[in-house]
Write a protein that binds this ligand. Sequence first.
Ligand code: BES
Ligand code: MN
Ligand code: ZN
Length: 495
Amino acid sequence: MNISVAAEEHTTHPCPALVVGCVEDDFPADGLLAPLDRLLGGGIAALRASGEFTGRLNRVKVLHTFGRLPAERLILVGVGKRGELTAERLRQAAGSAAKGAGVAGVTRLSSVLHRAGDVDGAIGASVEGFILGGYSFSNYKTVPPDERPVEGVTVLLPAGAATADAEREAGEAATLCEAVCFARDLVSHPGNVATPSFLAEKALEMAGRLGITCRVLDREEMERLSMEGILSVAKGSHQPPRFIILEYLAGAAGKRPTVLVGKGVTFDSGGISLKPREGMERMKDDMAGAAAVMGTFMAAAGLRLPVNLVGLIPAAENLPGGGAYKPGDIVRTMAGKTVEIVNTDAEGRMLLCDALHYAQRYKPAALIDLATLTGACLVALGAIATGAMGNDPALIKGLKTAGEASGERLWELPLWDEYGELMKSDVADLKNAGGPHAGTISAAWFLKQFAGKAKWVHIDIAGTAWEEKGRPYLPKGATGVGVRLLVEYLRKSAG
Ligand code: BES
Ligand code: MN
Ligand code: ZN
């Protein structure tokens, strides 16, 4: 993606398409739209008067200018009511405009959308919306789809304005969103391609490019460390497991790191407790936590964030092969706690418990895991919010605040001790599934037993990792959720 900034009059700026934000029922009176409307002979005012386009949030109107303007097209996008304008609304409007551009076959945009109102971070938010809304994954399409992704955006400032700050803001947003798209790509690749070894190769490649340290443990090394939780899940598949360790230490020397853990189940069939066949193909996204962690490293290094960051990714495939772990098996985890397997489909926690235990050696300042862990989270919160539970209110608060700012909202569920009753086993220290009630919480309670003394938060992205219908800047499919949330958190809360 090519992002640039130009300080030029928007009425004389030549481009394939100019994106302009329209405040609901309040255009084209403003300084940006009025001169455009004059050049178009009152056409924009007429559109509004007829009710064809009112400026409602995320409505888009693509107009040809037929030589009346140096811009070949105008992309009018509604931003909603003036008093309600936020960075998130600009992000959405930009996403909607990018979609409109794609339908029209336009791949280069110039934009004054960030000037639709007085919003902090308007340039960054609009660039995010353009890149994320214009994303598409067509690696496996022999004939590329008609809708082409946005390739370039020029942010227009008033003629004569200084460009340096805008260039930094736009550039940072682009760096961040490239990392989100990297995470989306990883999730979009099918299970036959995105295996645990593929994730490890991608991590090594990305780390090598950005000066991040990356180490990958293979099955033998994991056996030496007694990572039986991860190894048990991997037993049913011919794909060998991997344990990926990323280290980006750009913060103060000796400062305890933030440790990120990402669930990397590259395909979740459920194992012997096989999932129903309908919709099972979606379970290629069960490594979205891993993708979020890898994307966060890519962004942190790209943005040169001054933080100490460690990433841990247990990666395995959950299949019902002849060697598969079974209901009734008892697994001794790396931490020494034994777990009775009552459902092989509750495999995520079996991977995460070893990774959380491994994290203890870093004495984390904060320990954050991301996982597509429970269908129950999708039932509880839908695709609108991510679930969060933990043992430290301040850490949860910091993440919730980052969620509001980034548009990747979190909602906390309780993690009271009483929920632990659900996870008691007659034959082992714990069982791995607690029945139909409070499924998201009982999973988190299980993980809590392995978080040690660390300040820990578990983030359940089962509902938010995959978008079923498509939203303004979340096209159908992988969302890359977690990257923008964590980068915002690292910018504000970790130092
Ligand atoms: N990967 C799934 C959770 C999931 C389900 C994510 C639907 C996205 C959409 C996870 O491994 C799983 O199967 N969880 C079980 C837990 C249960 C057996 C306790 C579930 O949610 O049914
Ligand atoms: Mn499962
Ligand atoms: Zn799973």
